[in-house]
Every structure is written in structure tokens, then in C-alpha cells.
Write a protein that binds this ligand. Structure first.
Ligand code: F6R
Ligand code: MG
Ligand code: MG
Length: 381
């Protein structure tokens, strides 16, 4: 049976501030999922929370980009927003950028990761969900899972994986994508995806038979809205085992935290900390960025799970390391490289400050060493 697994997420209000989602809002979203399962529109539905974001994990047979499924998610987030507004939660409805649903939530604010596949005799999948970061946060992890044999030993020793994987990479500035096959084009791939402010891995495919292996959400709210409205906290679906990386190979990159863009005001670099569902509550300096991993076995489309995969003491050292990295970066305060370069910041007062200082900059080469006296500050709005 061909199954579609759709994960659609949005931030429809924070509790408290941007640190978590309120249980009543989560309940309202869940209710819509339950109704859809009862009606038979969905085979199954689960709801995950990471920080102030809520994700619907849905299985069905409508294929990807289905107006029915996207409409359902929109309805669920609308109902959650009503509750969020009643409780005056922070930024209630912030990711629902349009008042009217037009058939597809892409471009309207919510993040989407979807894949359609023939369910295998046993189909383990992992849904990763991160808060206070952006889709390119997955770049390093996906490279390690699907192209680095020092992390994924299956690339060398499982005959089904030995031909490698193809990465589809999105240029978030132009909206164009390119497919690169590894291992042959590995260095080209890394040249692109190491540029995290521009390129994000969208999907990964197995070379031996073209099977879909992973899909990430790559919406970029800043471009969707024409202005920054929050970093687009991402989701990622990865299929595991039997010709795909093992669950442990997929989780392994997260055992050594790396630095991602996001954190406070979407304007800082910080470590991505793997946490249990319970600890997906970024509070210190609104962070550090968090990631959860929900494991499911699919059974005729039913979601058996989730298992909270980072709820394992083997990730304690990673959490400890992330804390240390957070301390080191926080020492930089408002200075780069903790603070992002100005063009990557979600908030910036720099244009206003530069406007205010207009006329006070002087040219050293012309020997004019002092600013003009009684310089009027330009009015700023
Ligand atoms: C980052 C994030 C938070 C907010 C910060 C300020 O993605 O959501 O760090 O940017 O709490 O929020 P405002 O400007 O809404 O007061
Ligand atoms: Mg928020
Ligand atoms: Mg968020």
C-alpha cells in the first residue's frame, strides 16, 4: 500500500513568551486530527511539540501536496489559534500569514515535510523537530547520515546502501534546486550545504533504486512574508533500517552537537541540543536551539509510537557539551560570531543606526579627522 507521511508544523502562540506551547492549544490541534481519523480522511495522526511549535504527523493515501490534508492542518492551526488568542498567548496565530486557505499551506507560513512510499514489511521512520533554528540546521546531520561512512557504517557494509544517496539541495535565495549524487559529487555537495545561510537539503534519495530516504521542510518564512516573522523552525522525516541508515546511525550526528543559526531573536549562533520531549522548552536566552526525535513504526499507515529517541542517557554527554558550547558562545554577548552577521539577523536596527549617524562619518584620507560640529542627527522613524 502506498502511504503518504505528512508533517506540517506551525507556531501559533507561545507559552510563556516563545518557550513552549500551551496544553489547551495542543489539545485543540489534536482534536481536529482525531476527527479526521474518525472520518477516514487520515489513517492516523499524532501531534508533537518542540518549543513554541506544534507539528501534525499525519498518515494517509492522498499523496503529497493534497488540498484535503493541507486544509486539515490549516483548520487545526486555526482552531489552536482561537484558543491561543483567548488565552492571549504570545504571538497567537503568528505563522498563519493569510486569512484564507487556498489549497496548499506552502507559502502561507506553516512548514511542511511530506513523502509518499510503499510501506515496507517493517517501516521505521524518525521525525525530527527543532525549535529556534532554521532548515539548514539539518545540512550537517543529513550529510553524516547519508554520506559520511565514519558516522554511517552502513554506507560501507550494507550492499543496499553502497551506491550512495542523492541529495536535493535548495538555494533559498533563488528558489531553484539541484540534485547531487554522493559519493561521486560529495565535495560539490559540501561546498553548497556548508553555506548554511543560503542552501538547505530538501530531500535525499537512495541511488540503487531511487527510493525516498529523507525529506525536510524548507520554507523560509523571511522570504514568504517578505520580511522576517520568525526563523522557520524545521521538521525532517527520515526512513530507517534495511537499506537505509539504522536508527542509531540516523541519531548519531546529534551525539556531537554542532552550531546552528537561530537562538535568541533568530539572530545568534548556538548549539543544537538533542533533548527528550519533556525538555523541548528553550528558556535560557530563549534557547539554546532544541531538537527532538520521534520514532514510529508504521503498520498499514498506523503510527505505532512515538518513541522519544533522545530520552536516552547516551545523549547526556551531548547535552552537557551543548551547555558548554552555549556558555562559550554567550561570553561573546552581542559580538559576532555569537551574534549573526547583520544580513542574517532576524531583527536589526542597523539601518536606523546608520541613518542616524549619517554625516558623522568622516574620510580619514582627506585628513578630515573630526566630525562636523553641531551635526544634526537625521530624523529616524
Ligand atoms: C527566536 C524567538 C525569540 C524571540 C524573542 C523576542 O526565534 O522566537 O527569541 O525573537 O523572544 O521576541 P519579541 O520580539 O516577540 O519580543
Ligand atoms: Mg515563537
Ligand atoms: Mg519556534
Amino acid at each position: 500500500m502506498k502511504i503518504t507521511l505528512s508533517v506540517i508544523k506551525a507556531d501559533i502562540g507561545g507559552y510563556v513568551g516563545h518557550s513552549h506551547a500551551h496544553p489547551d492549544v495542543v489539545e485543540a490541534v489534536k482534536e481536529v486530527g482525531k476527527e479526521a481519523v474518525k472520518k477516514g480522511t487520515l489513517i492516523d495522526c499524532d501531534v508533537l511539540v518542540c518549543g513554541d511549535d506544534i507539528a501534525l504527523v499525519m498518515t494517509h493515501t492522498h499523496g503529497v501536496d493534497s488540498p484535503v490534508v493541507h486544509g486539515l492542518a490549516w483548520e487545526a492551526f486555526q482552531r489552536g489559534t482561537q484558543v491561543a488568542k483567548k488565552l492571549k498567548l504570545y504571538g497567537a496565530g503568528q505563522d498563519l500569514l493569510s486569512d484564507a486557505f487556498s489549497g496548499n499551506v506552502k507559502g502561507m507560513g506553516p512548514g511542511v515535510a511530506e513523502m509518499e512510499f510503499e510501506e515496507r514489511p517493517s517501516e521505521p521512520v524518525i521525525v525530527f523537530f527543532a525549535d529556534k533554528t532554521a532548515p539548514s540546521a539539518w545540512n550537517l546531520a543529513l550529510y553524516e547520515m547519508f554520506a559520511d561512512p565514519m558516522v554511517c557504517s552502513g554506507l560501507v557494509i550494507d550492499p543496499k546502501m553502497h551506491e550512495g544517496f542523492t541529495f536535493e539541495v535548495l538555494d533559498t535565495f533563488t528558489g531553484k534546486a539541484v540534485k547531487l549524487s554522493t559519493p561521486s559529487e560529495l565535495y560539490d555537495l559540501l561546498a553548497l550545504i556548508g553555506t548554511v545561510e543560503r542552501y538547505a537539503v530538501r530531500s535525499v534519495w537512495r541511488n540503487s533504486d531511487g527510493e525516498i530516504a529523507a525529506v525536510a521542510s524548507t520554507q523560509r518564512l523571511s522570504l514568504i512574508a517578505g520580511r522576517y516573522v520568525g526563523k522557520d523552525d524545521p521538521v525532517l522525516i527520515v526512513r530507517a533500517q534495511s537499506g537505509f541508515p539504522a536508527v542509531g546511525e540516523i541519531l548519531e550526528p546529534f551525539a556531537r552537537p554542532w552550531i546552528v543559526e537561530g537562538w535568541m531573536r533568530g539572530s545568534h549562533n548556538g548549539p543544537l541540543m538533542p533533548v527528550s520531549f519533556r525538555h523541548a522548552t528553550p528558556s535560557r536566552f530563549d534557547g539554546p536551539p532544541r531538537v527532538i526525535a520521534a520514532g514510529y513504526q508504521l503498520s498499514e499507515g498506523k503510527l505505532i509510537g512515538p518513541r522519544d529517541l533522545f530520552d536516552d542517557p547516551a545523549f547526556d554527554n551531548a547535552r552537557q557539551t551543548a551547555q558548554m558550547m552555549a556558555d562559550i558562545l554567550r561570553r561573546q554577548g552581542i559580538f559576532e560570531p555569537h551574534r549573526l552577521p547583520s544580513e542574517e539577523m532576524e531583527y536589526t536596527t542597523l539601518p536606523k543606526i546608520l541613518k542616524k549617524l549619517e554625516g558623522r562619518f568622516y574620510n580619514l584620507e582627506e585628513g578630515k579627522k573630526e566630525p562636523v560640529e553641531h551635526q544634526q542627527h537625521a530624523d529616524v522613524d
